[in-house]
Ligand binder design. Structure first.
Ligand code: C2E
Ligand code: CA
Ligand code: CA
Ligand code: CA
Length: 273
């Protein structure tokens, strides 16, 4: 029994080692990717649901791995957050997006507002507000054309988040709460923070019709958002029936594969010209 116990221990140990080796490889890879700018930003259009006019784009990061091809953010953002690499990566995304917005504007295209995903780690970084200020200045971006998408996880450190968000608000950028309804139970923070927009999480949109509960939750979020003077956008719309439900319940904005998948720069340029 002792023998087996020992083997088990060794097995356990080497499994752990494999996991951490894989993680380390990924981390080294991410650092390299950042240095070599092996990233690409895709943009998913956002629409006014009643007229189906484009009203913005959400920047979504991809890792262009020289061997593995395009890697989804779901596969590397968590590690980037864990290691803190999300701070320089997020700064790169922000600057890239502001630069792209300027290119569209300079080309005389209908440059639409851009939304950028921001991790809680970035909000907690003491240089973040300055990074945003700098990017706005360097690329002459109207602050009102920049929206920052943050998740409910910033409530973990609400006092500090409030200070940062208020500074961002002072700059004139917009703040959206992403994946709303997924993460946090208390709603009281909504009046405590300078919020412009609520994004209804895809999970409530998914079976908005089959499940009366998800439909009710979506309706409640829309109503509450309007009461609090937030605009509201639904994410992950894949079917006409979902769009119809949202429209019937006065949700003004939406995005999802039904309307458009995330596009590369060329795709967006075609769309807005
Ligand atoms: P998210 O912010 O909730 O972004 C929405 C995700 O849903 C995107 O996945 C988008 O491609 C996908 N999506 C959009 N419409 C539909 C639809 O109709 N059906 C389905 N099934 N999916 C749809 P993506 O691009 O893989 O991004 C995953 C997550 O990675 C994002 O979720 C966001 O949390 C994170 N992420 C992406 N880019 C960045 C970034 O630059 N910084 C940070 N911190 N996080 C990022
Ligand atoms: Ca988002
Ligand atoms: Ca989202
Ligand atoms: Ca989501």
């Amino acid at each position: 029994a002792k023998e087996r116990g020992k083997n088990n221990y060794q097995y356990y140990n080497s499994t752990l080692q494999n996991v951490s080796t894989r993680k380390m490889e990924l981390e080294v890879g991410l650092r390299k990717a950042l240095a070599k700018e092996h990233f690409e930003v895709f943009y998913q259009p956002q629409y006014r649901l009643d007229t189906r006019e484009i009203c913005g784009v959400e920047a979504l990061l991809r890792w262009k791995h020289p061997k593995l091809g395009m890697i989804s953010p779901a596969d590397f953002i968590p590690l980037a957050e864990e290691t803190g690499l999300i701070v320089p990566i997020g700064r790169w995304v922000l600057r890239k997006v502001c630069e792209q917005h300027k290119l569209w504007k300079d080309a005389g295209l209908g440059a639409v507002p851009v939304a950028v995903n921001v991790s809680v780690r970035q909000i907690q970084d003491l240089g973040f507000v300055d990074d945003v200020k700098q990017a706005l200045r360097d690329f002459k971006l109207d602050p009102a054309d920049l929206e920052l998408e943050i998740t409910e996880s910033i409530m973990q450190n609400i006092e500090f988040s409030r200070i940062v968000l208020n500074k961002l608000k002072e700059l004139g950028v917009k703040i959206a709460i992403d994946d709303f309804g997924k993460g946090y139970s208390s709603l009281s923070y909504l009046k405590y923070l300078p919020i412009d927009k609520i994004k209804i999480d895809k999970s409530f949109v998914d079976d908005i019709l089959d499940s009366t509960l998800n439909g009710s939750i979506a309706k409640a979020i829309i109503e509450m958002s309007h009461t609090m003077n937030f605009s509201v956008i639904a994410e992950g719309i894949e079917e006409e029936v979902q769009l119809a439900f949202l429209l019937n319940n006065f949700c003004e904005l939406g995005q999802g594969y039904l309307l458009s998948k995330p596009l590369d720069v060329k795709g967006v340029t075609e769309l807005i010209k």
